[in-house]
Design a protein around this ligand. Structure first.
Ligand code: ZN
Length: 56
């Protein structure tokens, strides 16, 4: 696991070592975070998914 910091609430979030850029994880605070690869280092950014609530 890789421990990263939520960009929204600054809380810790664990991401699997084999996470791939583009994968989405939901943090405890409700933020949807997209995995990005910065020169070989995984980091997280807020998923820009404004608009329709296309969930169930
Ligand atoms: Zn968070």
């Amino acid at each position: 696991m890789v421990k990263l910091t939520c960009p929204i609430c600054s809380g810790p979030i664990n991401i699997p070592d084999d996470a791939l850029p583009g994968e989405i994880y939901e943090h405890d605070c409700g933020a949807m975070l997209e995995v990005v690869n910065n020169n070989g280092t995984l980091s997280l950014k807020l998923l820009e998914n404004v608009g329709e609530d296309w969930g169930e």
